[in-house]
Write a protein that binds this ligand. Sequence first.
Ligand code: MLT
Length: 239
Amino acid sequence: MNVDLYTNPQEVSDGSLASRTVVVIDALRASTTLVTALANGCREIVPVDTVERAMATRKRIGPQGVLLCGERGGLKIQGFDLGNSPREYLPEVVAGKTLVFTSTNGSRAMVFVRGCHLGLIGAFINAGATARRILSDSAEVAIVCSGRENLLSIEDMTCGGLIVSRLLELRPEAVLNDAARTAHILYEHYAHDLLGLLKTSDHGRHLVEIGFGDDLPFCALIDTTHVVPVIRDSKVVKE
Ligand code: MLT
């Protein structure tokens, strides 16, 4: 089994995901938020790339039972129901609801990987379950980090490295590309202090500055849920 990691979607060549199981990671915070939303009973999520498309999508599917969610610059978008803090996505808020979700990098990556063999959403909180779900299918694996404004983000790489580590525990013969190997080394380096890594990352520092520092310990938890969101027909659902 080959496991290739990409530090952001721009590195992925056209059509190369069609036969692969793809894991999208935006550890701070979109993938953690969506895993949490589904774990807390939300019905489905429609990820979209722009604010305009989010508003049009809600208009199309109607306001009943639908929440408009997401961020720009880390902050809740004006007129939206929820921002992108996983701590907002409580059972009493999201259970049974459809979420239309847009975020700066994460939702764009989710839209980008549509058409792949199987799309999953990975975070620190569901890394082990993600690795097991990957191995329940025989396809080759692509881990697509969302990155930050088309650049590498260290927290996505490290989360990818944790998923690689969980995969290697179960399939030691897996063949890693250089980026997946690098991510694995990064995870082993920071495993003892993931929160410290998040606090000192570019995006982590930004989140602290705008008042979302309490999201970092939440996003740094490892293997707290078995929920692995699946990207299916333009929607993200719990299997
Ligand atoms: C993103 O999609 O860029 C992030 O999730 C941003 C954030 O932390 O809100």
